[in-house]
Design a binder for this molecule. Sequence first.
Ligand SMILES: [Zn+2]
Length: 430
Amino acid sequence: MSDTPADASNTPASAPAAAKPVKHRRYRSGTAKWHMSRESVSISITDVAQWTEKECHDYLVEVRFGSMDNVRCPHCGTIEKHYWRELQRRWKCKGCGSTFSVTSGTVFTDRKRTLKDIITSVLMWINSAAGQPALELKRHMNTTYNTVFVMQHKLREALVRGYNVGVLNGEVEMDGAHQSGRRAAEKRGVPQGSRPVDKDTPVDKLKETMTTQTGRAEEREKQRAAGVVNPEFGQRLPKDRRILFAIRKRSGARGKGACATRVAVGLAETAPVAAAIMRDFVAMPESYLNTDTSPAYTELGKNYKAHLTVEHSKELRGPNGENNNQSEELNWRYDRAEKGVYLNIEPKYMLDYAVETAFRADTRRLPNGQQLKLALNVALSVGESLFWKGFTRGHHREAELIHPAPQPAKPSGPKKGRHPIPAMNGRPPR
Ligand SMILES: [Zn+2]
């Protein structure tokens, strides 16, 4: 046998003995470490797919009530071990005698899908990092677009009414970001940012082509004229422009970021709007406020224990560590959801999407099974859907949820519910 050591037998004899290359390890942030870990995934789609309908039912009972012994009747509120009717999978209330199921009085009331379908869809929605297109869920579930669109929006509604509530205290950051009004649908296929420029083209000619390329210069002017004036710079904002306010509570632990988030939408970043938002979401006298130097917060900041500002035109972090980077981070997340997934969020439903982003941000370090339980718990405890029940039959929300007060908003899209051609022989035309 040859006398080469075992470990050298793999290298070809002709290769010279080179110095061992330095291994450059890829930098991993704490977040990446978490997402790569085994603990971050505690439930999978295939797990749920193997559950029986009874197991799905038991799971939802646990998520909604805790156990079969403490079931709350949605009709009268009695918490009891109600009479259980196995065959119908419904309870009969010991207090008022009415019957109800695990989805009665929740956003899933009058459901047509099976419980397994509901849990699976919510899990898929949870598993998407930045958000999930309804079209994608339609393909996963092989159902209609309307079904999944309404279901996703019912989840968002549940979060708006059940998650984005209550005041924050402690180290609070607040920031407003210009959002919406991008009209992404019109810009699809049109290159963003700089265009290749032929250096010999005269400037006038260049301007001309730019206007025709981006088009709609007149229309944009018209929109500006109808919009709100930006208090900071005096320029008119487009009609669809909204300001997304992110209020976040710092966790206090280094590298852990924010631990609680509230979001709100306003027409402009002004003091009255900011005041209304703070009234709803911040315990002012016991908190420290961190903002940028926007004049909206100058007076309001005096109601706090302290008000720290950072001048964003100069720096992201002040000389004494002043920053509102957690709020900025949420704005960035919303940006990512809008520009990467949802593409053209209607201003009327902006808050819904923002709250979804806030929920995803707050639960980012939880295993997905826990995220699923949280989302389902909220969806099962806010009562019936107020905004999305009957949406496909033309019942649309007639309010835009903005601060300081909700504004009336028209139902968007074509009229639904009645066919333009009257029925013949008692049967609507196809
Ligand atoms: Zn009852």
